[in-house]
Design a protein around this ligand. Structure first.
Ligand SMILES: [Zn+2]
Length: 248
């Protein structure tokens, strides 16, 4: 049976990913419930599971309300977030494999943005209709990476390298539409980089048309994401400091 992926923009810049197979659905990081519930109800879908990448409110805020409509749905989250995501029903850690919608999903430890942040991957072998795909929350963004709230630049360097080990055609489903701002910053850092300039131009056109720029791919990030290109933790720390101080 074919799967499909749908990106649902909510709040200011959050993106909730909905993975559908037949009449079943999995939702990643529902910031709020109402638009997700409407989308699922509109298509007559049954929520089977919520995947949580980390505990921030704009990722878990809609989960309890979704459970009111679909009380049987599993909530998959890091065991290290059991205090901060107490409604989790499937507790996982990096390196584990779980089965979601009959498909193998790998859990990846990407602690850095928060100390218990995880990502989820579906390989092309597991589901050729959506894979390879990464649901990476606030770790790798299109043109950027997450802020360091609880981890170090060294942690983020390791997390990004872990994600970078996946194939170039991997769809990167991150949890925020930050692409234009990230690339405007990157273009200022690398004014002679024609790939970044071209990508910024394309992204600005898509945003003007009201489109999302996600998912991105790992291959595209490899050639235009300065954080993914950072040679070591020190280089990443410097980029992070510049970006955090940048006023846009
Ligand atoms: Zn976050």
């Amino acid at each position: 049976m074919n799967s499909t992926l749908h990106a649902l923009p909510v709040l200011r810049d959050n993106v909730v990913w909905i993975w559908q197979r037949g009449s079943d659905a999995v939702v990643v990081d529902p910031a709020i419930a109402a638009p997700v519930r409407e989308y699922l109800h509109g298509l007559g879908l049954t929520l089977q599971a919520v995947l949580q990448t980390h505990h921030h409110q704009d990722h878990i805020g809609g989960t309890l309300d979704l459970l009111k409509a679909w009380p049987e749905a599993e909530v998959v989250a890091s065991i290290d977030d059991r205090d901060r995501i107490p409604f989790q029903t499937v507790s996982v850690q990096g390196g584990e494999q779980i089965t979601v919608l009959g498909t193998t999903v790998k859990v990846i430890d990407v602690a850095a943005h928060t100390r218990a942040h995880i990502a989820f991957s579906v390989s092309a072998a597991s589901d050729p209709t959506i894979g390879p795909v990464l649901f990476c929350g606030d770790t790798l963004f299109a043109g950027g990476c997450g802020r360091l709230f609880e981890g170090s630049a060294a942690d983020m360097y390791i997390a990004l390298q872990r994600l970078n080990a996946f194939p170039a055609d991997t769809k990167v489903c991150c949890a925020h539409e930050y692409t234009e701002s990230n690339l405007r910053w990157a273009a200022q850092q690398r004014p002679d980089d024609s790939l970044i300039a071209a990508r910024l131009n394309e992204v600005q056109q898509r945003r003007r048309r009201g489109e999302l720029t996600l998912p991105t791919t790992l291959g595209l990030e490899r050639v235009s994401n300065l954080f993914l290109q950072a040679e070591d933790a020190g280089a990443l720390a410097e980029l992070r400091e510049h970006k955090d101080a940048w006023q846009g």
